[in-house]
Ligand binder design. Structure first.
Ligand code: PGA
Length: 253
């Protein structure tokens, strides 16, 4: 089986018409289009080969009580959403005004699983932790993984983990990226953590952080990674299709 490419469009594009056009251009096997909520229905109808993804899910559902403005797993599932990003650093960050806690993130993982949607738990250390060395970075992401899966029991096997070092996200212009070796060292550590949590070797880790047409193959080649999470570069359809071709050529573990 080839590896997975998740296109994290973040808050783009500006209109539904552009979103559907972009989705059609990225509609190839092995791709997950993780689009903003308002576009999911339209894109879901347009996709034939790629899968539909969301960028967030409510930790609660309608049975828990009223919750203005939230979008439940059941709603996403009814639109054909198969994957959902959870705990992205841009949502964990208190400066973003969201500041999602580990406990909210753990509840979101359960909510997605309950709706039969694959959670993609995003973890990664900030630069000030990285500067203290690899051991500090490992301890930081381990805490995120353990906390993120704290409420879902053995069901973490049905989840993906995306390692996205915060210092390497959205840096294409600044050129500070993690090398495939640096990323793979953490990938291997995370796989060991997942194995320890579940007692099997089935965990899957993706890499994200300034993945581009130029560097994607180097990350996809690493046996530690089952795919890549692509932000900025996913808005360029021809480039994303090239990344998807590299992913299709790389074998999963
Ligand atoms: P980037 O974003 O590829 O633009 O660095 C990745 C992400 O935030 O998921």
């Amino acid at each position: 089986m080839g590896k997975l490419v998740i296109a994290n469009w973040k808050m783009h594009p500006r209109t539904e018409r552009e979103a559907v056009r972009l989705a059609r251009a990225e509609d190839v096997p092995g791709v997950v289009v993780a689009a903003p909520f308002p576009y999911l229905a339209g894109i879901g109808k347009a996709l034939r080969q790629a899968s539909l993804g969301a960028q967030d899910v409510s930790p609660t559902d309608a049975r828990t009580g009223p919750m203005t403005g939230e979008v439940s797993g059941a709603m996403l599932s009814s639109l054909g959403v198969r994957y959902v990003l959870i705990g992205h650093s841009e949502r964990r960050n208190p400066l973003s005004g969201k500041g999602e806690s580990d406990s909210v993130i753990a509840a979101k993982v359960c909510a997605a699983l309950d709706a039969r949607i694959t959670p993609v738990l995003c973890v990664g250390e900030p630069w000030n932790i990285r500067q203290r060395g690899f051991a500090s970075s490992r301890a930081y992401v381990k805490k995120q993984v353990v906390a993120g899966f704290a409420k879902c029991g053995g069901r973490n096997l049905r989840c993906l983990v995306a390692y996205e070092p915060i210092w390497a996200i959205s840096t294409l212009a600044r050129r500070r990226i993690a090398t495939p070796e640096e990323a793979a060292a953490m990938g291997s550590y995370l796989l060991a953590q997942l194995e320890a949590l579940s007692g099997t070797r089935k965990g899957a880790v993706l890499y994200g952080g300034s993945v581009s047409v130029a560097n994607a193959a180097a990350f996809l080649m690493r046996p530690e990674f089952s795919g890549v999470l692509v932000g900025g570069a996913s808005l360029d359809a021809p480039g994303l299709r090239r990344i998807a071709r590299a992913a299709a050529d790389s074998k999963s573990r």
